[in-house]
Each structure stands twice: as C-alpha cells, then as structure tokens.
Write a protein of this length. Structure first.
Length: 338
C-alpha cells in the first residue's frame, strides 16, 4: 500500500476516530506507550497489499448483502464456513440458490441468525448499535494497585484484537507469554509473517495440550490473562476467570468476544464492525466496509486501555470487551462520509 492509498484509507475512517484518539492519549498517559493509529489500523493491509474495501471486505472473506429490509454481513473466513454454506442456503430457501438471491428474499436479521445457527459469523447492519458498553468491568477479586512493568501477561487469544492488546502491554513493560493449543494454533500464522512478528515481538511462546492440565500451571503464575474464547470452552478445561481473580489480589482477566460473554454468537473484525454500524457509504448511499477488519484493532485498543485503567485502580476485575460494541462506540461518534 502506497502512502497515497494509506492517506485515502485513513480519510475514510477519520470521521469516526474521536474515541480512539482519547483512548490512545489515555494509554500514553498511563503507560508511556505512544500509539500510531495509522500503523495500528492499516499495517496489515499495507503489508499484504490489500485493495480498498467495497461491499467485499479488504481481506476478501466478508460480504455485505442486500436483504429485503436492509443489509447484512456474511463472513466466510474459514474452510468450514464454505462447507456450511449449503446448510445456510437450505435454512433460507433451497440449497441450489445462490447467496445473493437468498439474501434478497429474507430479512437481515433472519439471514444473520441463520448463518450463526450453522456456525458462520454474520450480522445485520447496526444490530449492535446503541446498547452495550464497549467494556464491562466486574469485580471478582481483591484490589491491589500495581504498575504494568514486570507483570506477567498470558495471552490465550488469537488473530488480531487480543494480540494487539498484549503487544501494547508488552511495550509498557509487561512480560508477555503467548500460549497456543496444539489442537488449534493461531489462525494468524496463515497471514503475513511480518504482521505476525509485529504483533508478537518480544513475547515468549508456548504450545500446550490444553487437555493435559499444563494450562492451569501457566495461568497460576499470571497477573493478567487475555483470551477470546467462549466462556464455556475454558470452563470445560477447568479454567474459570472468577476463580483466577479471587486467587490473588490485583489480577485482571480480559475476555474478548463478539457480542459479550453472555452471547455465543461468533464474530470476526469485518462482520463485528457491520454489527456496530461502523461502515461507510458509496455514491448511492449503500453501505461499504471501512478499513481492514476494523473492529479488531479498535477492540485491541479498548482492551489495552481497560487493562491499564483496571491495574491502576487495583485490578481484581473481569473485563468483558465486546467487538461489536467497540465498533458501535465509534459509529455513534462520527458522521458518515458521503
């Protein structure tokens, strides 16, 4: 991506960035870490040479589809999503109908709900707007204020939002260990290697069999945990955020989800942005994607600020960070570009 293209991408999202400027200023005040927004938001697109998005996302996996009553995003980001597409079409109409035709014959809500039912990330445009706060903090342990420098951060998350949060905490002096499952490595390995290195620079790495019980030993030594799993998945492994927080004063647990820990819907950056209403408009007023999986880096920034604030107040908190709500907070702050 050339500098002119980067400026164009930045101009498209600039009307919505007011909250992010406040967040990065707060991160700098609390940790000394200076965040360059163009790098955080667009480094992946620049390194991969991604094209500007339209009604197909920059990464190519997510599409905005017109429905009978509006718009919805369908994200076929994984091989299993493509395999689930016939099941989605069967729910909506007939299996031999294409997705565009099926979308036109149903509502945005039904399209998104049906996709989620078969395990495909999807959202009706603006469906998460105006409700949930980007971060919910719940106190489950004793408070004990501590600086970030020297704290042990265990990053169980994958892809972009959680690792960005971990990167910023590491730059503030925390010791970060990225932990991956032998059964489910980070999908970001298949992306641009330089972007992966940028996210995880200076971090230790562990690959564990989560079913072996080794994860409990790693978490026992942690001060901060970052994860992006459904709560029931970790509970099946005997890992409970509430117990982690109660075991030692001042700990912080960050749970990043698409829509909140009480909602099992899955989400990736592009469809979560659409759920929050964080889209642009084309010449005829129809929605288009903004940036590259924009809800991912936005959520990572919200999460990092929340950790810094929680530690300064003494920790003991479960921080529930919703990607769609983070996107909605930006969408509600700016004017839509014409």
């Amino acid at each position: 991506m050339k500098n002119a293209a980067l400026r164009s991408w930045m101009a498209e999202v600039d009307p919505f960035l007011g909250p992010l400027h406040t967040i990065v200023d707060d991160i700098a005040d609390r940790t000394g870490v200076l965040v360059d927004l163009p790098t955080v938001l667009f480094l992946r697109a620049r390194l991969a040479g991604l094209p500007p998005p339209g009604r197909t996302s920059a990464g190519g996996s997510c599409r905005l589809l017109e429905t009978a009553d509006g718009w919805a995003a369908i994200n076929l980001a994984r091989p299993e999503d493509q395999a689930s597409l016939p099941a989605l079409l069967a729910l909506l109409t007939a299996p031999d109908t294409d997705l565009v035709t099926a979308a036109a014959g149903t509502t945005a809500r039904r399209l998104a709900d049906s996709a989620q039912l078969v395990g495909i990330a999807a959202a009706a445009l603006g469906s998460a707007g105006g409700g949930r706060a980007p971060v919910h903090a719940r106190l489950h342990g004793e408070r004990h204020p501590r600086p970030l420098a020297g704290l042990r951060v265990v990053d169980l998350s994958a892809l972009w939002a959680g690792p960005l949060c971990a990167r910023l905490l590491g730059l503030a002096g925390a010791r970060v260990t990225k932990v991956e499952s032998t059964m489910r490595p980070d999908g970001a390995w298949s992306g641009h290697p330089e972007f992966y290195r940028w996210l995880h620079h200076g971090h230790d790495g562990l690959v564990l069999d989560f079913a072996s019980g080794a994860l409990a030993d790693v978490l026992d030594r942690a001060d901060v945990v970052i994860e992006a799993s459904r709560p029931r998945a970790l509970r099946r492994l005997g890992v409970h955020a509430e117990e982690f927080l109660a075991a030692r004063p001042g700990r912080v647990w960050v749970g990043i989800t698409g829509y909140g820990r009480d909602d099992d819907r899955i989400a990736f950056g592009d469809d979560a942005a659409v759920a929050g209403g964080l889209t642009g408009r084309d010449a005829r007023g129809a929605p288009v994607f903004l940036g590259d999986a924009l809800a991912d880096p936005v959520t990572g920034l919200y999460a990092a600020q929340a950790v810094a604030r929680s530690l300064a107040a003494g920790g003991g908190e479960l921080l529930c960070v919703s990607m769609a709500a983070c996107a909605a907070a930006l969408a509600g702050s700016g004017s839509r570009p014409c």
